[in-house]
Write a protein that binds this ligand. Sequence first.
Ligand SMILES: N[C@@H](CCC(=O)N[C@@H](CS)C(=O)NCC(=O)O)C(=O)O
Length: 211
Amino acid sequence: MPTTEPITLFHSPQTRSSGALALLEELKAPYKLHVLNLKAGEQRQPAFLAVNPMGKVPAILHGNALITEQVAIGIYLADLFPEAGITPAIGDALRGPYLRWYVFYAACFEPAIVDKALKRESGNAAMVPYGDLATTIGTLTAQLSKGPWLLGAKFTATDVLWGTALTWMTGFGLIDAVAPIKNYIDRWNARPSVARVMQIDADLLKAHGNA
Ligand SMILES: N[C@@H](CCC(=O)N[C@@H](CS)C(=O)NCC(=O)O)C(=O)O
């Protein structure tokens, strides 16, 4: 699919789609927003369920390719715009670790944090895809301690996902802002793309009457 095909991001302010929006900004990609008001239940209307039967944002439409799931969207978009310099290419020594940390987010980290948020016991570590919460958080924290970014010296697209997620997770008190995490979040939030997304989201919330 050529990059010249239009990209539409199905977005709702201050949700997981804000990370996809930040990535589009980091990549300097051309895009259009299709905004959904989640409070008004637009994600459960047939028009959006035809896009994502899960009724969840983000989703993107690129030409006629439809992609849902923030991790798939991140990997897809970053591969589409390698010239932004934040996508380790196939053959680059960082490519494997890059994919590892993208997938670790969806396969281990977020499920562990959601279990914590819902006060669910995770049960037998051998039966749970993330093992246990302490090991999951410890694995991330050890990696971030190497810094400054998740893969070391180089900022990559996976930092957009992690920076966004760790910001809301610490903001909601779901994980402790220990030094490696706090320093990482501070570095992420100093990037111009974050300020742009905050402004876009604030304007959208105002339009939705939620400001
Ligand atoms: N597995 C999805 C989760 C997306 C998700 O949970 N999105 C939330 C917003 S943060 C949503 O759309 N919620 C609307 C609803 O379920 O009503 C992904 O990783 O992209």
